[in-house]
Design a protein around this ligand. Structure first.
Ligand SMILES: *Cc1c(COP(=O)(O)O)cnc(C)c1O
Length: 368
């Protein structure tokens, strides 16, 4: 286990070497397409700086963030990167895009209009155009596309260097929706080509990359797999875990049979037991839904989470783990317990676990 600072309550350990290895593995799977990295939400919760700098060292040149402020923060770290902002520009809020050379993803005709106005004489960066191919979340739908084709002047004032769409079911290879979106994307891209000039295409997220070369086009957008979770859950060990979560044991106590534990007294110990109170709670992004069902590890010994997860504290039954002592760290995510395991116990997905974890924990960067 990595060394954590003496005062830290809980620690997220970020392995830059694993992140870089995952980038290279995805780049290899993407073949001749460029592999861009999605670093929205503070690098999926692991910290924009350690994540983005490691990816740049691994050869990544193009990054996607969700919000303009994320793009601005990334620009400070990577002066030369291509940065796309997925949510696009809001009316009256185009200044950061121009000042920091952030490429907006234009998601509807209103954003096309906003960016056209912002692009007048300003040396604006090229934008991406997002086509909805069935997810019905963001992007221009078929009616918008028909309008563009009928009125090419709508696109005359903007430079578009990327056309993209997003898969709804990319992590499920057998899902027929993938093929339908692929066909819809090709058709939409073909319809737009005469309007756009030279322009790259992008469809695949992590799951899409693993669907094979038909989905790669010119650029792929890797997210969750970079951070070590296999979106398809088909080949465990394919990606290296990037994050560990360690929680400091604050107290260890012996309790008599029949005593209850934590808020709501939802757990009662059957026999004489030792309990460890760990400095981690839902305010740290440790899900409350793990109450009475999560576990931790002391060395190689699994210890059950007992009672409710509270805001800052969680209790584990360490009767079987005599090494559990105040001041030491318990493994909450790590070699014995993957982010996927925790997500399954908590009834959620690795994305939600990772993005929540970085809120308060001390970050320790290793493997650079
Ligand atoms: C978040 C996101 C991605 C990355 O998806 P992963 O499943 O994490 O690989 C790619 N493209 C878009 C548009 C996204 O919103």
């Amino acid at each position: 286990m990595a060394e954590a600072p003496a005062a830290a309550a809980s620690v997220v350990v970020i392995d830059q070497g694993a992140l870089m290895a995952n980038y290279r593995a995805l780049a290899q799977a993407a073949g001749s397409a460029e592999t861009a990295a999605v670093v929205k939400a503070n690098g999926y919760g692991l910290g924009l700086e350690p994540v983005a700098t490691a990816l740049a060292r691994a050869g990544c040149r193009t990054f996607f963030v969700a919000l303009p402020e994320e793009g601005t923060a990334l620009r400070r770290l990577l002066p030369d990167a291509n940065i796309y902002v997925l949510c696009g520009p809001a009316a009256g809020a185009t200044a950061p895009f121009l000042a920091h050379r952030l490429s907006p993803v234009l998601n509807d005709l209103a954003q096309v209009e906003i960016w056209t106005a912002a692009s007048v004489g300003a040396g604006a960066p090229a934008a991406a155009l997002h086509l909805d191919t069935g997810m019905n979340r963001l992007g221009l739908g078929p009616a918008d596309l028909a309008r563009l084709v009928a009125q090419p002047r709508l696109l005359a004032g903007v430079a578009i260097d990327l056309v993209l769409s997003h898969l709804a079911c990319g992590e499920v290879p057998s899902e027929p929706m993938n093929g339908r979106q692929l066909a819809a994307f090709k058709a939409a891209h073909d319809a737009l080509k005469p309007l756009l000039g030279p322009c790259r295409a992008s469809l695949a997220n992590s799951g899409g990359i693993l669907l094979g070369p038909d989905y790669a086009f010119d650029l792929v957008r890797a997210g969750i797999a970079l951070y070590g979770a296999d979106p398809a859950a088909r080949s465990p060990g394919r990606f290296r875990p990037v994050a560990q979560l360690l929680g400091r044991i604050l107290q260890v106590r012996d309790v008599d049979p029949g005593m209850s534990v934590g808020y709501g007294a939802t757990h009662r110990v059957a026999t004489a037991s030792r309990l460890a109170t760990v400095a981690i709670g839902y305010a740290d992004g440790y899900p409350r839904s793990l109450s009475n069902r999560g576990r931790g590890f002391v060395g190689a010994t699994a210890v059950p989470l007992v009672g409710r997860v509270s805001m800052d504290l969680t209790i584990f039954d360490v009767t079987a783990a005599p090494a559990a002592a105040p001041g030491t760290f318990m493994e909450l995510v790590g070699p014995h317990l993957s982010v996927e395991d925790i997500a399954a116990s908590a009834g959620t997905i690795p994305y939600e676990i990772l993005t929540a974890l970085g809120r308060r924990a001390h970050r320790l960067v290793v493997g650079g």
